[in-house]
Design a protein around this ligand. Structure first.
Ligand code: AHR
Length: 519
């Protein structure tokens, strides 16, 4: 007992010292620095006696001494890959490497490396109970440019999961199995979610199949009501324990699990024999709140747990892949972390200074009216236009009729599905928006549905060919607004449709943002 007390005292002292280092780093934060805090999340978990056994981030090192690769990207132009590392040990991602490697083409994130040294890396999720939409039933890989952020002024990119996207590792090392204790946190975009199953990060089945209640333990984020829910309309942080998203001890509704949608959201789930908890907080300020802390759910099959130890990101345990969300960093631990350890990790996350980034290109100010001119050599006097419900590129000049000019003029609106992106309302057909349907562009009246909002939301970045802007579909993030044979599509850079052709893709998806033909 004496020895146990002394071990606990030593751990508490180490944690206090680590926590103090975090506070100092936090106080120094605020200017653009390449070097982050010396005590990073996994140092804090280690000091608390619950070391990381998986550590994933595309934005920064999660150990003060980590100087390896964070993730790998693959570009479409020649299928070459490039590791993206950190700017100095313990530092932020070297986003400039990605920017130059991916210039003039598109890139996907192929690997999210494990910083623990256990090689628990995440790669393209294979088919399981459900197939993904990519070749061989695999899930899609995330568009590497879709989630720009800054950390204390340093550019970085997150992992943007649109439906069909998923990462997994079914052969891990050191991840909890059975009823062993574990903890995990993840940093998400609290404004990017849907009700599909299941935007998860954490412990899942090693065969990508539903192996029964208690065979998973992950953080879930979204507004699914298919199993559990909390207060308000969601989104909620819940635990996916297989065949159930749990917001507390009850299957279904638990009033203490609030709707949380901080732009940057720290989400925590941890579990040990007949005990688990949900915690969360604003990753930009303040501390964590505990939404549940108690016994395993009062439903059969979750006590004891039967965890299998695979790791998933952006999908359900059986490779359900209709969910959406954005991931920046997360870890899994061996052992059940204390609240004090997690509070220190939250302070470290706040000190990292996450903020919304920019994809570059012209600012698309909401409320302004613009015209979008093609930049492909064939067609530089053509503008993205509608004619009735059809959308095409059409020639417009000062002699064009008032109707032709207005057909080529778009009012920039906050994205109907996410205000960080944009929607485009017709200048001469109020209430009607540019949207895709079966990957073709149309002008349709807003019917108020979630599907319409997502189909009509496009995220802007610098034009792929270096001119103007490119506009990426919010719910099919591998697809960009493109003209092909003068018709409007959302097209991927290579794919099964003729309009996905790689030839001229960088030019066809790059639009000069011009003064509106009809102001
Ligand atoms: O528990 C919810 C989901 O149910 C799991 O993620 C999936 O494996 C199953 O369909």
């Amino acid at each position: 007992m004496q020895r146990l007390r002394s071990v606990l005292r030593r751990r508490a002292a180490a944690l206090t010292a680590a926590f103090a280092a975090v506070l100092v780093a936090g106080a120094l934060a605020g200017t653009s620095v390449s070097q982050a805090a010396t005590s990073q999340p996994c140092d804090l978990y280690a000091a608390g006696g619950t070391p990381c056994v998986a550590a994933h981030s595309t934005t920064r090192a999660l150990y003060g001494t980590y100087s390896g690769a964070l993730y790998q990207v693959r570009r479409a132009s020649d299928n070459a890959t490039r590791d993206i590392g950190v700017i100095g040990a313990g530092g932020y991602a070297n986003a400039a490497t990605q920017d130059s490697f991916c210039a003039g083409t598109s890139c996907v994130i192929t690997v999210i490396y494990d910083q623990t040294g256990r090689n628990n890396r995440l790669t393209q999720a294979p088919p399981g109970g459900f197939n993904g939409p990519a070749a061989g039933g695999y899930d899609k890989l995330a568009n590497a440019a879709m989630a720009p952020v800054t950390l204390n002024g340093n550019r970085a990119y997150g992992v943007f999961v649109s439906p069909g996207t998923g990462y997994r590792n079914n052969a891990t090392n050191g991840i909890a199995t059975g009823d062993q204790p574990e903890g995990m946190y993840a940093l998400f975009d609290g404004t990017h979610y849907n009700e599909g199953c299941c935007f998860d990060y954490g412990n899942a089945e090693t065969n990508s199949r539903d192996n029964g209640n208690g065979t998973m333990e992950t953080i879930y984020f979204g507004n699914s009501r298919g199993w559990g829910s909390g207060a308000g309309n969601g989104p909620w942080v819940m635990a996916d324990l297989e065949n159930g998203l749990f917001s507390g001890v009850n299957s279904g509704y638990n009033a203490n699990d609030p709707t949380v949608n901080h732009r940057f959201l720290t989400a925590i789930v941890k579990g040990e024999p007949n005990h688990w908890a949900i915690r969360a907080g604003n990753a930009q300020s303040g501390g964590l709140s505990t939404y549940y802390n108690g016994a395993r759910p009062n439903a059969a099959g979750y006590n004891p747990m039967k965890k299998e130890g695979a790791i998933i990101l952006g999908i359900g345990g059986d490779n359900s892949n209709s969910s959406a969300g954005t991931f920046y960093e997360g870890v899994m631990t061996s052992g059940y972390p204390t609240d004090a350890t997690e509070n220190a990790v939250q302070a470290n996350i706040v000190a990292a200074g996450y903020a919304q980034g920019s994809g570059g290109g012209a600012a698309l100010n909401t409320g302004s009216t613009i015209s979008l001119r093609a930049t492909t050599a064939c067609c530089t006097t053509n503008y993205l236009s509608h004619s009735g419900t059809g959308v095409a590129t059409a020639p417009v000049d000062s002699a064009s009729s008032a109707t032709v000019k207005a057909n080529a003029s778009w009012i920039v609106r906050p994205g109907l599905a996410n205000t960080a992106c944009r929607s485009f309302e017709s200048k001469n057909t109020p209430g009607s928006y540019l949207r895709h349907q079966n990957f073709q562009l149309y002008l349709h009246p807003n019917d108020g549905s979630v599907l319409f909002a997502e189909d009509a939301t496009f995220c802007s970045q610098a034009g792929v060919n270096g001119q103007g802007n490119s506009l990426i579909s919010y719910n099919f993030a591998d697809r960009y607004i493109r003209h092909y044979a003068n018709t409007g599509y959302v097209a991927s850079n290579g794919g099964s449709n003729t309009f996905d052709a790689t030839a001229l893709w960088p030019d066809d998806v790059s639009w000069a943002v011009a003064a509106p033909w009809t102001p």
